[in-house]
Design a binder for this molecule. Structure first.
Ligand code: F6P
Length: 746
């Protein structure tokens, strides 16, 4: 629009001025042409009647002169004729001779033409002298009506003005179209020009000379943006709270960080009339809490503890961590009905089994969906309310908030929304079961960045988008372009704090071992395996117990000298699938213990209660082996925590191939949890592994986790976000420039 005005207005002004100047000239010209024409006609009339008029005048035959005049005046152009005597008196005149008009003043000789402006309009009075034998008999005056000339000249002026108006409009349209096409071409060339170095193509591609300087400038800027990537991809960068803080300061200055998750990092419960602090058994919390401690900001989460309301201020805020606060926890309250529909229903009976291949049928109820939508909206409103700036960095966590990114995007279009999906993403066939698949995909595509643990899950997501939405998918850059914007879909394998904060207070490994064996009444010589998780059917706890049974069946030497200590925090206990999982595992453990147990020794110790992070670390340090046998898992941070706990570089990790962690911890003993016999053999190998081999494997795994720690995870996402924000700023400038220049196609 601005471009159209820019081009059309000057054109219209110039052409209007031309029309204003040219119209009177054209009118005058036309008038002169017609007048010359009328004069010529007057002469013709005079020449043809001159003799007759002279004869009749000499014969003083007034009646015949009138008849003659009447006949001539029938010509439509001739208004009237008159005969003036030598004394200037009007002797004869035809009927239409204007009463106000006298004989025109005597011309010197011959003919004279004058324009008389009468009240009825202008007339041309052509006056011709009648000469007989050198003597004047008077003058014949022929009047022509000139009003037709005025009419024609004013229509000519109107036509000219209309023509110039059309001409200017046409010229403006052509100019605008040509300018748009040219600018569009330039913008495209600039864009592909500065995209080229990233893809390795076309630095040398021919570029229009007029945009080459602009392109070079752009490339320089974009190269500078690539520097942080080089940093993060360097062979070894020690990612920690400081590097994350400086990343935020340098790459995302003034960015406000908001985290949204269902689970809160600190839960306050009322126990025996006292407020007790609990840190939940959640991989998500384990991962994000160190980030928030490093970056500050606000963490928005469901206040689920029985004493949570007591601890917050009037804005539902609480400074945390409780011992040295440096970020804000904003608690959001849910009714029982909301929690049932959104958390237990849609999230944990629908999405959770949908995304995990654990052969538990997903349940989708319309009433749950309604609550899910409503709760997503409630949290989105909390994000908007907490945001102090129009463009915060919002870190959305997990399958509880698939709709929230889009909801926030609608209200904070400038926000950088990074959504991380902590669980696997199913293939499109599986995903198609979900009745609200389009809504979920669309909701997630409100994100600027959407992260999964593995490339495999990213591909599954892109396939699902391809199958169920009409979007453009750029597979080369892993970007989905929808109507609302673009979403970068990338793998960011989540990790843990390195070293874990709780490690500082841990006793030496031998001490831990002694304490744990003593605490659980286990003999000193026993080889100890540990399992730590929530009591979830995806964790393969019963399969692990079956593997222990198979180990004892096939390697009876381990009877009496091996114990699996399984710690499982009850979770989502209101759901039947979870109750069945726990009951089945407890029954199985009892049966195996009854079958193999002797002299106070049991092969399985199952403790179904929550353990605080420090206690879990002690267990890991006490163990010879850690078992992670998830049937399906996004990452599984227990595997990484075990590795982090072992600063003595000892211990064996048995790890399910269906946990994302198996893509990184290649030195673990990788197992298929559905193959009980093979899992038993892995247990046997792990327990029999020579110390040197254990050390080598553990060292390599520790190297990996220490490098790819939680700060690296967050750092990579924030660097991508920073690059994206800078790219957008540049793109906005391009669009602005092209719009200012008239080519606003963006
Ligand atoms: O694996 C997904 C996840 O959100 C984890 O990050 C976390 O360990 C677990 O689910 C927590 O579940 P809940 O919050 O339902 O106890």
């Amino acid at each position: 629009m601005r471009m159209a005005i820019r081009f059309v207005l000057p054109l219209l002004l110039v052409l209007g001025a031309i029309a204003w100047l040219a119209a009177p000239l054209v009118g005058g010209l036309i008038e002169r042409w017609f007048r010359a024409d009328v004069e010529m006609r007057s002469r013709l009339v005079f020449n043809s009647v001159q003799e007759t008029v002279m004869d009749l005048a000499q014969a003083k035959s007034s009646r015949q002169i009138d008849r003659l005049f009447r006949g001539i005046a029938q010509d439509e152009r001739v208004l009237a004729l008159g005969l003036c005597g030598v004394d200037g008196q009007l002797i004869n005149r035809s009927a239409a001779w204007p009463a106000v008009l006298k004989c025109p003043p005597q011309a010197a000789q011959g003919s004279a033409f004058t324009v008389e402006h009468l009240p009825s309009g202008s007339v041309l009075a052509a006056s011709f002298e009648l000469m007989a034998q050198g003597e004047s008999l008077g003058r014949l005056v022929i009047l022509h009506d000139l009003r037709f000339i005025e009419r024609r000249s004013s229509s000519a002026e109107n036509y000219l003005a209309a023509f110039l108006a059309f001409l200017s409009l046409g010229a403006a349209i052509v100019t605008v179209v040509v300018a748009r096409v040219t600018l569009h071409g330039w913008v495209r060339a600039v864009r592909s020009g500065f995209a080229a170095p990233a893809s390795g193509l076309g630095e040398g591609k021919a570029v229009a000379p007029e945009i080459a300087p602009l392109l070079n400038e752009m490339r320089k800027v974009m190269r500078n943006l690539e520097v942080p990537r080089t940093l993060s991809d360097a062979i070894r960068v020690d990612w920690g709270p400081d590097s994350l803080r400086s990343l935020l300061r340098d790459e995302l200055p003034d960015a406000e960080v908001l985290v949204v998750s269902n689970r809160e990092p600190y839960i306050h419960n009322m126990e025996d009339g006292r407020v007790v602090l609990q840190r939940p058994a959640s991989g998500l919390v384990t991962a994000l809490e160190p980030i928030m401690r490093a970056c500050g900001g606000t963490w928005i989460a469901h206040g689920s503890g029985s004493a949570d309301t007591v601890m917050v201020d009037e804005r539902d805020h609480l400074p945390v961590p409780p011992d040295s606060p440096n970020y804000t926890l904003r608690r959001v309250w849910l009714t029982d009905e909301e929690q049932d529909g959104y958390y237990y229903g849609l999230a944990n009976e629908g999405m959770w089994p949908l995304c995990h291949i654990a052969f538990v049928r997903p349940v989708f109820r319309a009433s749950d969906w309604e609550q899910y939508v409503a709760v997503n909206r409630k949290f989105a409103a909390a994000v908007v309310a907490e945001a102090q700036t129009p463009n915060p960095v919002v870190l959305v966590q997990d399958y509880h908030f698939a709709l929230l990114p889009q909801m926030v995007r609608e209200q904070l279009p400038e926000a950088t929304i990074i959504t991380f999906w902590h669980i696997p993403w199913p293939n499109p066939e599986m995903f198609s079961i979900c009745p609200w698949k389009e809504e979920i995909l669309t909701g997630l595509l409100g994100s600027s960045i959407l992260g999964f643990h593995t490339q495999f899950h990213c591909l599954n997501f892109l396939e699902s988008v391809d199958r169920f939405l009409a979007c453009h998918i750029d597979r080369e850059h892993s970007v989905v372009r929808g109507t609302e914007g673009t979403t970068l879909v990338r793998p960011y394998p989540i990790s843990i704090e390195w070293p874990p904060a709780a490690l500082a207070t841990q006793p030496p490994v031998n001490q831990c071992r002694e304490d744990v064996l003593k605490h659980y009444g286990l003999p000193a010589h026993v080889r100890l395996a540990v399992g730590v998780e929530r009591f979830d059917y995806t964790k393969g706890i019963s399969d692990r117990f079956r593997a222990v049974q198979s180990l004892l069946e096939h390697h009876p030497d381990w009877i009496g000298s091996f114990t699996l200590l399984q710690v499982a925090a009850p979770t989502r206990g209101r759901l039947a699938a979870y109750q069945i999982t726990q009951e089945e595992a407890e029954t199985l453990a009892r049966e195996i213990n009854e079958r193999f147990g002797r002299d106070g020794w049991h092969p399985i110790v199952l403790i179904a209660r929550h353990h605080e992070p420090e206690d879990v670390l002690t267990l890991f340090r006490a163990a010879d082996l850690c078992m992670v046998s998830s049937l399906h898992d996004g990452m599984n941070l227990v595997a990484k925590e075990f590795v982090a706990a072992r600063d003595d570089e000892d211990g064996v990790l048995v790890l399910s191939t269906f946990a994302g962690a198996s893509r990184e911890l290649l030195e673990a003993l990788i197992v298929n949890p559905y193959d009980i016999r093979a899992m038993a053999e892995a247990l046997h190998s792990g327990l029999s592994m020579p110390p040197e081999q254990r050390r080598e494997r553990m060292k390599l795994m520790r190297d990996l986790v220490s490098e790819h720690n939680i700060h690296y995870w967050a750092g990579r996402m924030l660097l991508d976000a920073a690059r994206m924000r800078k790219r957008r700023a540049i793109e906005r400038q391009i669009v602005h420039v092209s719009a200012a220049g008239g080519g606003g196609h963006g």
